[in-house]
Design a binder for this molecule. Structure first.
Ligand code: C5P
Length: 236
């Protein structure tokens, strides 16, 4: 199984993002570009990051009617990204259309993963506002199974859910997990957190780490520490 650290490049502009990335000379990273940076800079930021030989997870969380998502995925497929995502709440029709749109003529495509329930949505909001009565865990597993049956490769979830997702969907089905902190780092606005070493034990396939690396006094040392704890001693 792949195991890698994805750095969340939550910067508001190109200058800031590239200044950060250019600290890592000669290193090939896996970088997450989210809505903030992509909407500010457009496809140009993707080209700039690819020029530096990094892998990209484009985190735009698509959610629309199947035809629109298919066409949007077709456009994203031309960007040379390595991973992208959508909301499983868009349903099977939308997820299947996304796979079609993203797949190139030779059958290749970036890794496609689904967001199940955003961690900002708690059970109370699900019940009162979305009228979803089932327990959160059951909803996450059901969305994960739908995503798998539509041909997606995995889901975004908490490291604390990696085990149950793998039990329900198999070990090949990827868990991409944010909410990671070193024991001695600030938790910021994250509440259910785990360390990189614990995420590894729990079976996460990729961890998404932002501020513990991007806001560290020494980002390179923080990244290496993260890789060592999550991927293992052999990486450095
Ligand atoms: O800085 P931090 O490590 O908290 O960054 C985590 C990244 O993962 C951010 O880009 C955040 O938007 C994203 N994310 C998350 N929780 C989710 C889904 C995505 O923290 N459930």
């Amino acid at each position: 199984m792949p195991k890698d650290v994805i750095i969340a490049c939550d910067f508001s502009g190109k200058e800031e993002a590239l200044t950060f990335l250019d600290k890592f000379t000669g290193e090939s990273l896996f970088v997450k570009v989210g809505m903030e940076l992509y909407y500010a800079e457009g496809p140009e930021i993707i080209r700039e990051i690819k020029k530096r030989n990094h892998k990209i997870f484009l985190d735009l969380k698509l959610h629309d009617i199947p035809n629109t998502v298919k066409k949007a995925m077709k456009a994203l497929s031309r960007l040379d990204i390595d991973m992208c995502n959508l909301h499983a709440a868009g349903g099977s029709g939308m997820m299947k259309a996304a796979v079609e749109g993203l797949t190139a003529d030779d059958g290749s495509r970036p890794v496609l993963i689904a967001v199940t329930q955003l961690t900002s949505t708690d059970e109370d909001t699900m019940k009162k506002e979305l009228l979803i009565e089932r327990p959160l865990e059951e909803v996450v597993i059901s969305y994960a199974q739908n995503a798998k049956s539509c041909g997606l490769d995995g889901i975004v979830c908490s490291p604390l859910e990696s085990n149950i997702v793998h039990a329900a969907c198999g070990h090949e089905f990827l868990t991409i997990t944010p909410g990671v902190r070193f024991e001695d780092s600030e938790r910021g606005d994250q509440s259910r957190i785990t360390t990189p070493a614990r995420a590894r034990e729990l079976g996460s396939d990729y961890i998404v780490v932002g501020r513990p690396i991007t806001a560290a006094a020494d980002p390179i040392a923080a990244y290496r520490r993260c890789m060592k704890d999550f991927v293992g001693d052999s990486v450095y």
